[in-house]
Design a binder for this molecule. Structure first.
Ligand code: SF4
Length: 498
């Protein structure tokens, strides 16, 4: 007899070890091992940012003629659909609910199959993406048994459990990789649709990563003197762009965590180039690497470098950044932003990224380390906070909890996701783009001090607020609760060891 809660009542705040064990026992061991290779974990084994599945959900919601169906606990789906609409999804998020009975009897899978059959209207959709969240993945709901297509509508089933995919960035790769694999098999089977804008007349460089809309255009302009054109950016905005992306000469891993997508490009025989054309040094090295990958004569590379590097240098020196900045985020582009900040004149002693190290981030890491930067991959929130508290920078760029802590300390801070990764970074357009927002924030220090003084004396933690008397602390309840939590943690540990 066990008093353990049923699997369908678990979530990312509890029982990830149990869910992983259940997923392995229900036939998903191979998939979890593949995730562990693609997205190695540690030091923390739980998502410290939003639910990872948000990444793949958003990729699907941004694609034209693609429907999205989630299968998971109602609270997870509520949170995910809320966040997706908060970020401007103008699409419905489909949901196949379940209960303990439909989960264990296999009826949930039947319900998902019925839902995709009902949705699969070729007049409306090119593809339907079905995503198993944590509980259906742990229970082994077999999305691979769904039909591959219904009336010409492709069915793409993916598992995106928080106990296998550590960040929402890497979840984007799970869906991008699955779609590229599907498109690659279609190409191998016969002719496929041409891109909406026609086939490029020059060899192309496909881009990996969600970028500011002007960045691919800027990259295209820099490739032109080399006789090359920019290809689609993956994740793509429509299905047929997947074919055009795979048709590239070289895939540029602008965001280096797209390991599953890169595997598909490599399977299609495409060379991969890491890093990105950011700042002077980054652009010079990236153009040279692209030239090498295509086997171009060095004069073609020199033509592109001569056309753009002076403008980049001029933009960097016209908009200098002075000050010390710590930087952390979970978008996967943190190292590129740090390069740009340093070339703009900032001192950046620490960069933390929630993503793992890959061969495609090595050049950026080496460049940063040579400049004296401490680079931490798979950084935990604790790493980011410790670095910020030790350095006491003029500006902390980070995730919500980092920014919140910085404000408590009276340090100017900027959200990486909303304010930094939503700007152009590439080539001459990126060279001066961070200075305005960063310098304005650094200059705000006085305001932070005034804010701190204003809120001073309102307490902190569980005594925050305005109290009429002394806060009622009840330390004995706290001690009792702590004991309960320790007991629970010991029981969970013992269970892991069984
Ligand atoms: S699906 Fe997301 S929100 Fe739900 S338990 Fe898993 S990681 Fe947490």
């Amino acid at each position: 007899m066990t008093d353990q809660p049923p699997i369908d009542s678990l979530g990312c705040a509890s029982g990830s070890a149990r869910m992983e064990a259940a997923a392995r026992a229900s036939g998903n061991a191979e998939m979890l091992d593949a995730f562990a290779r693609d997205y190695p974990q540690g030091p923390h084994d739980k998502p410290q940012s939003m639910c990872p599945a948000f990444g793949s959900l958003r990729v699907g919601l941004r694609m034209r003629r693609v429907a999205t169906v989630l299968s998971g606990s109602a609270c997870c789906v509520y949170g995910l659909s809320f966040v997706s609409h908060f970020y401007g999804a103008r699409r419905s998020v489909g949901y196949v609910p379940f209960n303990s009975e439909t989960l264990v009897t296999g009826k949930l899978f039947e319900d998902i199959r019925a839902a995709v059959h009902q949705l699969a209207d070729p007049a409306r959709y090119d593809a339907i993406v079905v995503t198993n969240l944590c509980v259906p993945t742990a229970s082994g709901v077999p999305l691979k048994l769904l039909p591959k297509e219904i009336d010409g509508v492709r069915i793409v089933g993916i598992d995106v459990p928080g106990f296998g995919v550590p960040t929402h960035a890497e979840a984007k790769d799970v869906l991008a990789g699955a779609m590229l694999r599907y498109a690659r098999t279609e190409i191998e089977a016969g002719p496929v649709q041409a891109p909406a804008i026609g086939k490029a007349d020059r060899p192309t460089v496909a881009l990996l990563g969600e970028m500011f809309p002007a960045d691919p255009m800027m990259i295209g302009a820099m490739l032109a003197p080399m006789g090359l054109a920019v290809g689609p950016a993956v994740p793509t905005r429509e299905w047929r762009e997947l074919y055009a992306a795979l048709d590239c000469g070289v895939a540029a891993a602008i965001h280096p965590f797209y390991t599953a997508a890169i595997r598909e490009f490599q399977a299609a025989g495409r060379a991969i180039v890491g890093s990105a054309p950011v700042g002077h040094d980054g652009t010079a090295a990236w153009l040279a690497a692209i030239g090498d990958a295509f086997g171009l004569p060095s004069r073609h590379v020199a033509a592109a470098q001569t056309a753009f590097l002076p403008a980049i240098r001029a933009a960097l020196s016209a908009t200098p950044i002075t000050g010390t900045i710590t930087l952390s985020g979970y978008e996967g582009s943190e190292l590129l932003v740090a390069r740009l900040l340093i070339e703009s004149g900032a001192r950046v002693p620490y960069v933390g990224t929630a993503c793992a190290s890959t061969p495609w981030s090595a050049a950026d890491r080496d460049w940063l380390v040579a400049k004296g930067v401490k680079v931490v991959f798979r950084a935990s929130l604790e790493d980011d906070l410790a670095a910020m508290e030790a350095v006491r920078p003029d500006l902390a760029i980070g995730t919500t909890p980092v920014v919140q802590r910085a404000k408590e300390l009276g340090l100017p801070a900027l959200y990486f996701t909303n304010l930094i990764s939503a700007r152009p970074l590439m080539g001459p357009a990126g060279a001066g783009s961070l200075a305005e927002v960063v310098n304005a924030a650094i200059d705000n220090r006085d305001r932070m001090d005034r804010m701190r003084a204003f809120f001073g004396g309102v307490g902190s933690g569980d005594t925050a607020g305005v109290w009429e008397g002394e806060p009622n602390l009840m330390p004995e309840f706290r001690a009792q609760n702590l004991k309960k939590l320790e007991k629970k943690a010991r029981a969970a540990k013992a269970e892991e060891m069984i």
